[in-house]
Design a protein around this ligand. Structure first.
Ligand SMILES: [Zn+2]
Length: 384
């Protein structure tokens, strides 16, 4: 079976409901994919994912290439075997990770020279190698290797990134066709670059859409440019993407960015943020972020979030005990708070889907912004 996106409700630049059909089952959108960068969630059991509402997971092809290597992953049953997860999986091409390793100045015409993250020495990470690695790992969706600049406000850097991203997209599209295209059982998503520049986003999106990919991502966001610039990147990209195909905003996962992305027509997200924040003692709730290491939680006997029915909160471990545990580097607090955060984000996606269906999305968006981004709420209220 090939990948199909079914748009159930919504338009190009407003909140939409959909369903992504993959060889490993369907995903209700808007959806959030938790990240198993190296083929494993940190502290979360695979069987805990479905009960919290996860329908699709993400892992990183560059890291799996580095360890344990494609051949080993294949012997373990591909990425599905590695993650012990039988639902849909998307693999990132490693573009973001490669560039976050500071490799932007190591880019050459055919790829990017990057240090092997484990053994040292150089890897020449090319579009062909990213493609072949993902063909071997066998996810449901493979991302193209693109150029992800860490300076989305620099026009020259973004223009160069767009040009190379499009050139590399052509190479990977041809490789996909040679492998049988959709009949290979793997879908291919392209990534729109262009930073905060409308003309570059438009140019990049149009050139990629001409090549007819299975879905489109908006990349080069969430690299420190701030919420507003990130949303500009989204607004400059969405109008040029096909209405009936999935749009995926890469590396985005705070409550405020999720509701604002959904409000602009995004269907899919991934981010390490919820789990990482949990590991460092920050819990996400409808009242905003709770920094559990704060002294005010020292003798707080309540669970992480008394409103929540996740395993972390149902365990009834008190906030004060978690605080003490974090301080003494116990294993359990980071696990319980990560679990809570992933559960919170999945429930938020579910609440957004319900709200889009029953017409109350605007209200839910306001409620989340009130706790997470009051400045944006004030702006919306001024314009209302
Ligand atoms: Zn909870």
């Amino acid at each position: 079976m090939t990948l199909q996106f079914e748009l159930l409700q919504g338009e190009a630049q407003s909140a939409r409901l959909g369903r992504l059909h993959t060889p490993h089952g369907s995903v209700q959108t808007p959806a959030f994919m938790p990240v198993a960068t190296r083929g494993m969630m940190r502290g979360i059991f695979p069987q805990q994912l479905r009960p919290m509402g996860v329908e699709m997971a993400l892992c990183n092809s560059f890291h799996l290439y580095a360890r344990p290597g494609v051949e080993v992953v294949q012997k373990l049953g591909g990425v599905h075997g590695m993650l012990a997860w039988d639902g849909p999986i998307l693999t990132d091409s490693g573009g973001f990770q490669v560039f976050s390793l500071g490799a932007l100045n190591q880019v050459h015409k055919d790829g990017v020279e990057v240090e092997h993250p484990i053994y040292g020495g150089k890897i020449n990470w090319t579009p062909k190698l990213a493609f072949e690695t993902q063909a071997g790992l066998a996810p449901d969706v493979a991302m193209l290797l693109d150029i992800c600049p860490d300076k989305p406000l620099d026009q020259k850097i973004c223009a160069d990134a767009v040009q190379r991203t499009v050139e590399w997209a052509r190479i990977q599209r041809d490789l996909h066709d040679q492998r049988g295209g959709a009949s290979s059982g793997q879908a291919q998503f392209a990534i729109v670059q262009g930073g905060v520049f409308g003309d570059l986003r438009e140019q990049c999106a149009k050139q990629l859409v001409e090549m007819e990919f299975d879905g489109y991502a908006i990349g080069g966001v969430s690299v420190g440019e701030g919420h507003e610039a990130m949303m500009k990147g989204v607004e400059h990209s969405c109008p040029y993407l096909p209405l009936q195909q999935a749009r995926y905003l890469m590396g985005v996962g705070t409550p405020q960015d999720l509701v604002e992305g959904v409000a602009r027509g995004i269907d899919m997200f991934d981010c390490v943020f919820p789990a990482r924040a949990g590991r460092f003692g920050t819990a996400l709730t409808d009242q905003g972020r709770l920094h559990l290491l704060n002294a005010k939680f020292k003798d707080d006997a309540r669970p992480i979030d008394p409103e929540c029915d996740c395993e972390g909160c149902l365990s009834k471990v008190p906030r004060g005990a978690l605080r003490a545990g974090f301080k003494s580097k116990e294993l359990l607090p980071p696990i319980l708070v990560s679990l809570h955060n992933l559960h919170y984000i999945q429930k938020l996606m579910q609440r957004m889907r319900t709200a889009i269906a029953d017409g109350s999305f605007a209200q839910l968006r306001m409620n989340i912004l009130r706790s997470y981004l009051p400045a944006r709420l004030a702006e919306l209220e001024r314009n209302a």
